[in-house]
Design a protein around this ligand. Sequence first.
Ligand SMILES: Nc1ncnc2c1ncn2[C@@H]1O[C@H](COP(=O)(O)OP(=O)(O)OP(=O)(O)O)[C@@H](O)[C@H]1O
Ligand SMILES: [Mg+2]
Length: 241
Amino acid sequence: MTPALEFSGIEGGYEPGLPILRGAGARVMPGEIVTLLGPNGAGKSTLVKAAAGLVPVWAGRVTLGGRDITGMPAHRMVHEGLGFVPQTENVFANLSVLDNLKLAAALVAKRRRRELAEMFALFPDLDRQRGLAAGRLSGGQRQMLAVARALVASPSVLMLDEPSAGLSPKLVGVVFDRLRAVRDAGVPILLVEQNVKAALALADRAVVLVEGRERLEGAAREVAADPRLKALYFGAHEEAA
Ligand SMILES: Nc1ncnc2c1ncn2[C@@H]1O[C@H](COP(=O)(O)OP(=O)(O)OP(=O)(O)O)[C@@H](O)[C@H]1O
Ligand SMILES: [Mg+2]
C-alpha cells in the first residue's frame, strides 16, 4: 500500500548550518491516525512545517500519496491535497464562522470543495454559531473551526500541530472524538501532540522524535507500554537541565 504521507531522511532547519531535522522519517498509511510525539524542541512542529512548505528541506523526501512534494511552496499544498492546521493563528478571529469556511473553500476549485453543510453536520457546535466571530468561540470550538477550514479543501491527509493545547481534558476529548470521525470518514491524520496519554489513546500508531530523528515507532498501544517512551522524554529533560 502506498503511504498517504511519508517523510524519509528529512534534513532541514531555519538557518543554514543549524540543522533541526537530522534525518527524520515517519509515515501515515491510509485510514490511520499517527501521533508525532517527543520532548519540547524535538522538531515536531518543524517537521510538519517542512512538509507544509514552511521550512526549507535540505535533504530527504516528502511524498503525498506517492507524489513527491518536497520543497513545494506552502500556497501549493492545499491544491496538492495536504491539509495543515497550525498551532496558532489557524482561524481569522475577526471573521464569522461562516466567512472563515467560505474563505477556505474559495482557495480551491469548486469540484474539490466539500459542501459547507457537510462541515456543519460534522461540527454541530459551529452550525449553531455560524454568525459568531471566530475570536469569540471557545478554545475547543475554535480548533474545530480550524479543522473544518482544512477539511473544506478535501485534503488527502490532515496534519495538526497540538490541537489540544490550552484545552481542558473534557474539551480535548471532544476534539479528539471529532478527529476520530475525520479519520473514519477517510482522511488519514498526522497529529503532533504534547498530551502524550490522550494522543496514544486516540492514535493507531506513534512516532517519537528526539533531536530531529525518530527514536521510537510502532502501534500506539505498544509505544504506550514501552519503557523507552518515558526515557526518551526524561533523557531529553536531563540534558536540558
Ligand atoms: N522560527 C524559528 N527560527 C529558528 N529556530 C526555530 C524556529 N522555530 C523553532 N526553532 C527551533 O527549532 C527547534 C525545534 O523546534 P520545534 O518547534 O520544531 O520543536 P517541537 O518539537 O515542536 O517542540 P514543542 O513541543 O515545544 O512544540 C528548537 O530548538 C527551536 O528553538
Ligand atoms: Mg511544536
